[in-house]
Write a protein that binds this ligand. Structure first.
Ligand SMILES: [Zn+2]
Length: 411
């Protein structure tokens, strides 16, 4: 039997310690990223705790932490997350996932389960150091190029390259391809993370078993009209692209709702040129963030809004152009692992739900090679990437128990 209260107390102690002096660059927030002394101290904290449990701890050629209780070559089950933070972050995003994984390792030891485990704490998930999200896991999956690591990925703080910083911190960036071996022996992978939305809180669930991670389309639509005097130009004489933008925003909401299946769409940036109170704009540009776990559904919204924009502009004698910035496919998680987590959650008698993840996680990369799943715990009011972030150690303890029992059932 898992003593959940004791687990919660240990998790709380880890979280509070890692939120204290020596582990963050800021007094007002958690600010921790690769190759800083506070990041080094955080890795050292986990290393000491895992060595105490008899784990062999190492770091891959760029600094992802890997700890295992079996020799290399033997199959192990992976648990972990990331312990870097947003630049103005909280105590829980990422770190609580690694702490919970550590608690899984502790419980495994205490309860004498002898499960073969490997804990991973990924480098630079948040992109705070080099502006590159999921960097450690992308390096592991060889989803970067040597040119990017040597040259184009530059530190936010001083503009020097990732390569230079990694070498200076004592790593061997020239061996970055060997990072792939971290996943070689994994028979499965489970990451715990705070939800970063308010669904669990508002539905009264303590656990979310994640079934898929959303993919996305990031794009811009630019409508071009004609700049005119806002007072002297009668309504019938205008070509106002601002009105096209307004129509598109409403249509995007309608399309996302109609697509269903968890599809979401947002216009987060809008800019008018010249952007003056007394001038009808010449151009209106707005961004699109369209996400979902169903590829056809969210990509359909992107296609339909592009077509709508061009028709809406044409009706008013203007043009509108859709330009994609970036896209990533949705990641379905492993059915067998999800079922094992679901069964373990039912066993606890605590309220839980199956849900998609709208946010990106390192598990998107891991899932390409290893049967993977994720567990969410609620965070207060859905707040993340903020010092106001809050989550409950008791929920994390419950997650640790569920993950542990799911791994047992998968052996
Ligand atoms: Zn995170």
């Amino acid at each position: 039997m898992v003593d959940r209260e004791r687990s919660a107390a240990r998790i709380e102690l880890d979280i509070e310690t890692l939120a204290g002096p020596g582990y963050t660059l800021s007094d007002e927030a958690i600010r921790r990223y690769a190759y800083t002394p506070v990041y080094r101290a955080t890795l050292d904290y986990f290393t000491a705790a895992l060595r105490e449990l008899g784990f062999e701890v190492s770091e891959d050629p760029v600094g992802t932490l890997v700890a295992r209780n079996r020799p290399a070559g033997e199959p192990v089950f992976g648990v972990g997350s990331h312990c870097d933070s947003n630049r103005n972050g909280g105590k829980y995003d990422g770190t609580m996932g690694v702490v919970t994984a550590l608690e899984v390792c502790r419980l495994n030891e205490e309860l004498g389960y002898s499960l073969p485990l490997q804990l991973v704490s990924f480098l630079e998930e948040e992109g705070s150091g080099f502006g590159q999200m999921l960097l450690g896991s992308r390096i592991m999956l060889q989803r970067v190029t040597e040119e990017e690591l040597r040259d184009s990925f530059r530190a936010v703080d001083d503009g020097r390259s990732f390569w230079e910083h990694a070498a200076e911190a004592g790593y061997e960036p020239e061996r970055w391809r060997e990072s792939a071996h971290v996943l070689d022996d994994l028979s499965g992978w489970i990451e715990m993370h705070i939800e970063q939305a308010r669904v669990l809180q508002d539905t009264g669930n303590r656990i979310g078993v994640v079934t898929a991670i959303a993919g996305y389309v990031h794009a811009d639509i630019t409508a071009a009209g004609r700049a005119d005097h806002a007072g002297a130009t009668p309504m019938d004489f205008r070509r106002d692209p601002g009105v096209v933008a307004a129509e598109c925003i409403l249509e995007l909401e309608r399309l996302a709702r109609a697509a269903g299946k968890g599809t979401v769409a947002t216009v987060g940036e809008i800019a008018f040129e010249p952007g003056l109170i007394n001038v009808v704009p010449a151009r209106a540009r707005f961004s699109l963030d369209i996400r979902g776990v169903d590829e056809d559904a969210f990509r359909g919204v992107a296609r339909d809004i592009a077509a709508f924009a061009s028709q809406a502009a044409e009706r008013r004698g203007m043009t509108a152009v859709f330009e994609q910035r970036q896209t990533l496919a949705a990641t379905p998680l492993d059915g067998r692992t999800v079922s094992a987590l679901e069964a373990a959650a039912i066993e606890t008698g605590e309220p839980f739900m199956l849900m998609p993840s709208g946010a990106a996680h390192d598990t998107m990369c891991v899932a390409e090679r290893v049967p993977s799943a994720m567990v969410f715990v609620p965070c207060k009011d859905g707040i993340s990437h903020s010092p106001l972030e809050a989550a409950s150690p008791a929920d994390a303890a419950l997650a640790a128990e569920i993950i542990l029992n799911a791994i047992r059932s998968l052996q």
